[in-house]
Design a protein around this ligand. Sequence first.
Ligand SMILES: Cc1ncc(COP(=O)(O)O)c(C=O)c1O
Length: 403
Amino acid sequence: MTLYLDYNSTTPLENGVVETISVALREEWGNPSSSHSFGKVAKVSIEKARRNLAVMINGNDNDIIFTSGGTEANNLVIFSAVESYRKWVETQKNVPSDKPHIITSDVEHDAILLPLKHLKSRGDIDVSFVSAAPSGSIKVEDVISRIKTRTCLITIMFANNETGVIMPITDLGRAISKTNELRVKKRLFKILFHTDAAQAIGKVPVDVEVSKVDYMTIVGHKFYGPRIGCIYARDVGVTTPLYPIIFGGGQERGFRPGTENTAMIAGLGKAAELVIENLDKYMKHFICIKEYLLLRLQEEFGDSVVFNCHNDENHILPNTCNISLLGMSLTGSDILAACKTVVASIGAACHSQNKPSSILISSGVSPELARSAVRLSLGRETSKEDIDLATADLKQAVESLKK
Ligand SMILES: Cc1ncc(COP(=O)(O)O)c(C=O)c1O
């Protein structure tokens, strides 16, 4: 028997999503750009999905652009902000053509950190990395204090994939709006605000009006949808710039050319519809099961178990629990390898299994604790019985390793 507790890495598809995808594959296979009936059926399906995604985050349909996933969505935002700043400088008389500046945190996913490091290494941008240490959460004032005249983008994730820490996106949105009011008066570039909400959707409420973001990244396979995604861009192409990074046909109004993947888009729309209908239910379930998980871990491991980043200051995703075991000199990888049923991970799937997670270290977790860290992330179907099995399995894994 295998017990999957790695839902932050990816989720299975909901049955309703599989059904929607199957119907689309069978019946909506026409090219959505064709004006005949086959094309129209596919187009209707795509627009229905777009509507569901917009409703899910309280945005407008037109501001949703489908992408291959979160990585592409994040890259699209970064390259758009840089291009937009470059074009803006060209139109200004007394602005020196200096490098655009971007602010981010040091606990972002590689789909943010690596494009930024790439552009920086090419000498195209300056970047300020705001530290999430010691609590695991960034501070609004730390972000605002790093703003320069040349700042074009602030990109901070909604919730961290490894620690589950929810960042103060709403407070940050308010602070950036205020800053922008002054900047517009001073004829400075209006700073664009992006949040990568890959880990938050389907777990906590996410609303583009409340958070005042210009861009939001949405990733289907983190909320029981297919492996595609989309970018929300407020009043896209008018108040919020979006420049394509690939070129071809005019699909997605030219922002993301290429014949649409109708079936996966339909599935993504269905996954969004399920979130719209059931978010409260999902949240209540996560809260209840996570509470039980914390209790059972404490019963099994007593004071040796540390819940990383669970402190009075932080809000944490209700499905995420990053733990370390004190004083046992076991690595997270060893513990997971010795588990007989539990399947989880020590951090982001794309990172090395041998080194302590740099994200945990940047979140203020000590190297010793980071080395033994295991991320347990719960799903919609995880039960208390599963938690009993998981904690017993972790216990036997640790006991066998100690021997
Ligand atoms: C916070 C965050 N952003 C972006 C991504 C990238 O998504 P994808 O690999 O589907 O492109 C992930 C996936 O792990 C993620 O957790």
